[in-house]
Design a protein around this ligand. Sequence first.
Ligand code: GDP
Length: 462
Amino acid sequence: MSEYGNQRTIAAISTPEAPGGIAVLRLSGEDAFSIGQRCFRSSSGKAIGDMAGYTCAYGTFLDANGADLDNGIVTVFRAPHSYTGENVVEFSCHGGLYITRCLLESLLHAGADAAQPGEFTQRAFLAGKMTLTQAEAVMDVIGATGERELRFAHAEQRGALFQRVQKIKDQMVHCLGDLAAWADYPEEEIPAVTPEQLKTLLKAVEKALKDTLSTYHYGKILQSGVSAVIVGKPNVGKSTLFNLLSGCQRSIVTDIAGTTRDVVEERVQLGDVTLRLWDTAGLRETSDAIEKIGVELAQNCLQNADLILAVFDGSMPLELTDFDILKQLPQKPMIAIVNKSDQKMQFSSADLAEHCNFSQILTMSAKCGDGLELLQNAIEQLFYNDNIAPESGIVSNTRQKKCIEEALQQIRLALDALEQGKMLDGVTILIEEGLEAILTLTGERVSETVVDDVFSRFCVGK
Ligand code: GDP
């Protein structure tokens, strides 16, 4: 057993499993140096175990039979000054699939265990190198698809959300301190905390929790993008728009009404805007069985979408049936796209605005690719709130959201209890429950199951 734990030494390929210039394999644990040494012969003759932390050595990687496999670099990190807090060796070899697999096999043969998804970061968390919210931010950093997402993920990694909830935690602890002083030392002439004072304190906690919870809407969009559904009558150009946005011919474009039968999802990067785009079958009455399945799927997508893109054919006069579709839609932000602007337009934005309350109306030609910037700007204005500073700390996943909701519920119950003149002991228990939820959020007091669940969503090698 080492000073830094008695865990198995783990190994994984940390770079994507695809051919590339360089691949990195990572080894972490008490025996990292000795296991690494069995798979490497340095050109200088120096053993890995004799290398100083943060230094590299060039040499030959050996396969499981001890034969020369490839040449490259090892980098040594000595506990506790490593990502995991344990001894770590990183192998940088040529990024061939065969080489990386053989080298991993060699490390496993030499005594390492295959790392589970997220196990390196899990060890970093368990070693106290980061809080749970910071660990979660590691995946957000990796998953960031744009500058804005990366800025937020980095702020979370530096502990923005942790610090935000830390303040709420302090307020809760303050309430509990007042209650404890009152309960434990009644004879000490400690002025009793009045229910009114407590109510004021708890109201502040409730507000802080509510404000934090409200950031989830933005956090979700930053993490997974704006999910949007394209709707409209047949032949208005929905598939053409979808293909333009996704940059490939995924859905079938034809002149025959109702040929888009499936729901196809595509992650689309529009400048700094990430769209999760659902292309749906025309939302209309149909007797065609296959198409009906598509329509049902479309309804499901609509319920879950953040945004509706309602497409109209600007080259045809507006008809009442153009709006039949919109009547079936749930209340959501909706951008009207008047398509086919390369042809003579038969109606104006103002004509459309008379019929329906759209968030924005814009004109474009999906066929020619005109107007994409207008769409990007419209979505940015609707969904990307640049008034929120990354450092303010935002809730970015459902686990964090559930913890805040739980804390909020307990604080509200405590407020109700105070309102009803209940005993302060009962109020104390409710605040403690709320505090528990906050500690689960930050990982300061958290069950193994929750920790395992968080890291199971990571990639192997991180
Ligand atoms: P959907 O049924 O709404 O998915 O419509 P499609 O995307 O299949 O398009 C129907 C027809 O309109 C096809 O012939 C497209 O080439 C045409 N179309 C789509 N967008 C435009 C456009 O911006 N300008 C013109 N002129 N034709 C378009």
